[in-house]
Design a protein around this ligand. Structure first.
Ligand SMILES: [Zn+2]
Length: 250
């Protein structure tokens, strides 16, 4: 059997990215509420219901309320472009199908967490914990079926080490438990690519977070003492390391 061309992989990723963007929008909309508030199901402008059934809870392809036409969630096209470009890049560089599936799950939940963190500085357990459960299960399957015990060990070390590092950061410098739970997944994905990738991902994540915080401070979007969102830096750094490792091993 001949292997699909990278262009075929990328074409599938574009379709998958476009479809999953609707799920990402729904998760960002539902979870972008202040602490101790019920998850959002109605339009914040006209209060008409947008999430009306358990089934519909998974999808919200609109960037505008269909009733009052005002913007809800991230601006039009931003989530869609992020998903399609990331998934196309992953499909282009990652050849192991199970690793690719794991990274697609990581990207879908990761992008939902990034936009939620940027909106309300929250990383809900309802996303971070299933994200870790599914990525860990897929990578465990990869370890067993493709005989990658070494990658399994470093992935485990990455999950323990990275979440331990963020736990230490939370206890000493303040921060959220959500970062610690997200670090289980970012550490797992980084560790799959070796010990150097764990260190590179941590350093790059902090560098991106610092750059993002400085830019928001300089443009007046962040005031001193306000919580800093770590998810954008953590998820972007993990994907950058995975893409670099995938490209290098092609
Ligand atoms: Zn509305």
């Amino acid at each position: 059997m001949t292997h699909p061309t990278p262009i075929a992989f990328a074409a599938v990723a574009v379709v998958v990215g476009g479809i999953t963007a609707g799920w990402v929008r729904a998760q960002v909309f539902i979870h972008s509420v202040d602490p101790h508030q019920a998850w959002r199901t109605t339009c914040p402008h006209c209060t008409l219901p947008l999430i009306t059934s358990h089934h519909a809870r998974a999808w919200l392809p609109h960037a505008r309320c269909p009733h009052c036409r005002r913007q809800i969630g991230p601006p039009t096209g931003v989530v869609e472009a992020t998903m399609i470009l990331t998934m196309a890049a992953l499909a282009w560089t990652v050849t192991d199908p199970l690793l690719l599936a794991t990274l697609l799950v990581f990207t879908t939940t990761g992008v939902a967490l990034v936009f939620t963190d940027l909106a309300v500085h929250r990383l809900p357990d309802r996303l971070t914990l299933p994200m870790f459960a599914v990525t860990a299960t897929l990578l465990t399957t990869d370890v067993v079926t493709h005989h990658h015990p070494g990658a399994g060990v470093t992935a485990l070390a990455g999950a323990v080490g990275t979440s331990g590092f963020y736990l230490l950061l939370t206890l000493t410098a303040g921060g959220g438990g959500g970062d610690v739970k997200l670090a289980l997944s970012t550490g797992l994905m980084l560790g799959w690519h070796g010990y150097l990738a764990i260190v590179a991902g941590l350093v790059l994540g902090f560098a991106l977070t610092a750059i993002g915080a400085t830019w928001r401070l300089l443009t007046g979007r962040l005031s001193r003492g306000e919580d800093i969102a770590h998810a954008p830096g953590m998820v972007t750094a993990t994907l950058a390391v995975a893409l670099t490792a995938g490209y290098a091993s092609r």
